[in-house]
Design a protein around this ligand. Structure first.
Ligand code: FES
Length: 275
């Protein structure tokens, strides 16, 4: 018997937003009946905002719970915000899923991604490897890009973990060797990335992106904000605005906070200076 969180059980017993939206603006699909579970996600938009979401699924209790919570997570969000949701977020929102059931959260993410792809075109796949998306696991119809994405988002290290998250490898096992190759290729590429020093332009772009996407939203929660001004050597010059501007006593905390994120995401030698 799997160990399910209360939230999983609640969403399984009382699934929210089940059904179909007849005039849906976007529809996303994932899985297939032949592979044991499938999900169809319907989105209704008002401009770029998701105002309604419904789902139809054929699958186990975790698939129902993952789909149900996903609809709650995306209703009220903009498409840009929804695009940032990962399978990890879905599982976390449910209070966790048993490892063997993580593929249900992946199916939710894939259906969402499929719907958003129709809005954004193929742009959403820009971070995936430049290979044709070939089927690796024919038993479950799982592609190379799906495996790559699951490894990347969830830091998967073993074939068994990939099976838990994507189902690939869970039947005849013929694809296990290829899955291992994908894992090896992914971590080799990651290792190379870590070793290659960034050029100044790459560093500036990365700092701007981290500030814009990760640091600024955190500071905005308290009515403040941050502006990236310049990079001189390893010194990142920033300007604090809004509520953060007056945080004289906590400047050190904000500096430490910003510095720790930039060191973690960009370069461990960076120092933050407020101008
Ligand atoms: S081909 Fe992957 S389990 Fe059979």
């Amino acid at each position: 018997m799997w160990d399910y969180s209360e939230k999983v059980l609640d969403h399984y017993r009382n699934p929210r937003n089940v059904g179909k939206i007849d005039d849906a603006d976007l529809i996303g699909e994932a899985g297939s009946l032949a592979c044991g579970d499938s999900l169809k996600l319907y989105l209704k938009l008002d401009g770029e905002k998701i105002v309604d979401a419904k789902f139809q699924t054929f699958g186990c209790g975790s698939a129902v719970a993952s789909s149900s919570i996903l609809t709650e997570m995306i209703i009220g969000k903009t498409l840009d915000e929804a695009k940032k949701i990962t399978n990890k977020d879905i599982a976390e929102e449910l209070g966790g899923l048993p490892q063997e059931k993580m593929h249900c959260s992946v199916m939710g993410h894939e259906a969402l991604e499929d719907a958003l792809k129709k809005y954004y075109g193929e742009e959403i796949e820009e971070n995936l490897p430049e290979t044709a998306d070939k089927i690796v696991c024919t038993c479950f119809n799982v592609t190379e890009n799906q495996i790559w994405e699951a490894i990347k988002v969830n830091n998967l290290r073993t074939v068994e973990e990939v099976t838990n998250y994507t189902k690939a490898g869970g039947a005849c096992g013929r694809c296990k060797g290829t899955i291992q190759d994908i894992i090896d290729t992914y971590y080799k590429a990651e290792h190379k990335k870590e070793e290659a020093p960034l050029t100044v332009t790459q560093k500036i772009l990365k700092i701007s992106k981290v500030i814009e996407q990760q640091i600024s939203p955190e500071l905005q929660k308290d009515g403040g904000d941050i502006e990236f001004i310049d990079l001189e050597g390893n010194k990142v010059k920033v300007r604090l605005t809004g509520m953060c501007q007056g945080c004289k006593n906590s400047r050190m905390t904000i500096k430490t906070f910003v510095e720790s994120i930039l060191r973690d995401k960009v370069d461990k030698n960076l120092e933050v200076e407020q101008v």
